[in-house]
Structure formats: structure tokens, C-alpha cells
Design a protein around this ligand. Sequence first.
Ligand code: 13P
Length: 334
Amino acid sequence: MNLTELNRIATAMVVSGKGILAADESSGTIKKRFDAIGVESTEQNRRDYREMLFRAKDAMSQYISGVILYDETIWQDAKDGTPLVRLIEQSGAIPGIKVDEGTQALPMCPGELVTVGLDRLAERLKKYYERGARFAKWRAVIDIGSGIPSMTAISVNAHTLARYAALCQAAQIVPIVEPEVLMDGDHDIDRCYEVTSRVLNKTFQELRVQRVALEGMVLKPNMAISGKKCPKQASVEEVAEKTIRLLKACVPAAVPGIAFLSGGQSDEEATAHLNAMHKLGPLPWGLTFSYGRALQAAPQKAWSGRPENVAAGQRAFSHRARMNGLASKGEWQS
Ligand code: 13P
């Protein structure tokens, strides 16, 4: 493992002014997104949609540091035969790959999940590296509810995240470690804070046990935020203040960067929260976005599967990418 090179990539992924485009929706998830805009989820439509994003020059060259791809996409070619991975590289962004294989029910823990995909991961990482991937992503899901999360779910998922991260670094790929505490539910921001704190502490404990080099990884956490159905929604300032307090308490400064998931926040909320956090600096790590929905909802709507809407889709994507790029420097204004 070349840690200097891993650290160089991780640092580039969270460089100020840029963030990560999470375009790694699984076939099931992208179908849901396409259903919402009345587009059939065929392999060609998925290719055309993602090609539209990756060819959005303004967004890709100025505000996007890296793109997380799904397995299907990393092997796909653009209409003119150029591999989609090359389009990303040509724009100056770094290609990455989602390598988890989704979740399964966790035995003995009703309602809780464990992320799977470690079998054969070492061989798969080799092939992804050859194709151009320089970072990977693995998402663990922790739900908040009555009596959950259990320590079992937190511990099993943290162990699995660390197993994945160690395998990535051995394959010279920067792991994005994503333990997502879901914002579904009616819990308040303090409960989210408390659960996320337990999850992050356990995750870093496992990373250390398994000898993962913190300098060669990126953390992708949720923010400390009210559950979607909580009657009392925390303000932008409270989310920013509690999230920074939480991360300072749990994330070692050796980690080069933190890139948030949007997790179901609206486009503007996700931008406003990141921006407000940068008003609370200086911060010990790079702090930016790795948004899926908060970057893509607008371009999906503008595109709606019509070739004549490609320019409009790219404009919508560039706008959100620019707003989040500004937020990653605390320079966004509503
Ligand atoms: P959202 O920003 O839509 O939560 O997606 C980010 C992601 O990669 C989830 O794994």
C-alpha cells in the first residue's frame, strides 16, 4: 500500500470548492427515481442520463472532485464509444465505485440490517482499479426506532465497514466509509446526535483494530439532524452547530476529509447546512458534500428522459453543483 498516494487522492476528493457526485444508485433505486419522472429504466436510458451528467463541463470541471459509479455504469460506454469512466477523468474528476452489495436482515435483531459484499471483494477491487476507480464506497445503514439501534447492529456494521476499508487500502483504493444513520422517523436531533456518536465511535474503534490508515480514507456521515417526521425541526444553525460538535468529538484529525450524504434533505437544506458549518471554522478536516438526491433531483426533473432536454438537465445539475461548491467554502447565499 502506498499511503502517500492514498492520502493525495483522499485530499483531492474533499478539496475546498468541490465535492462528490453520488451517481451510484443501484438498479432498484434508479428505477424508483426514473419512475418519478416517467422514464423507463432501461440500460440505455440509465447510460444516457449518466452521460448527460458526466458531460456537463461546467459542473464536472469546477465543482465535482469525484463521481461514485454503480457496477453497471463503470463498464458502460458513452454513445460515441468513449468509456464513461474516461469522460469523468477527462473532466478532471476522479472515478469511484460503490462496492457494497446492499443489505440483508441481521439475524436476531428484528428490523435491523447488515451490509453485505465482502466475499470476492479483493478480486473485484483489482478489476475496478484496472478500469480506473481510485476510490470506493460502502454504505452501512442504521435505523433509529423504538429499542433500536442495538449494539449488535452498530458493532456488526462497524466491523464490516472496517473489513471493507482495509481491503480497499490493500488494493490501493481510497475507501469512503459511510455509516448512515437514517433520518426517517420521528426522533429529534439530540437522539440522532447520540446514536450517530455511538456509531462513529464504534466505527473508528474497528478501523483502528483492523489497521486502516486514517490518512487514506474519507468519512461519509449523516448530519446531526431531526427525523423527517419529528414535529420539532431543528434550525439550520442548530444542525450545523451540533454536527460540527459531534464530528469534532468523534472524527480524528488524521482523516483528510468528510463528505456528507444528503439522506433525504431537500436540495436547499443540504446546501444551507453545509454552508452554515463552514461559518464555524477552522475545521480539522476537509468538509464537503457527497450528495446523490440533493444534486440529482433537479436535473432528473429537467431532463425527464427527453434528448431535447439534455442542455436543461445539465444546467440544473451545474446549478446545484455550483451552489454546493460555494457551500463547501461557506460562500453560498440563499
Ligand atoms: P443521498 O445524498 O441521496 O443520501 O445519497 C448519497 C449516497 O451515496 C447514499 O449512499
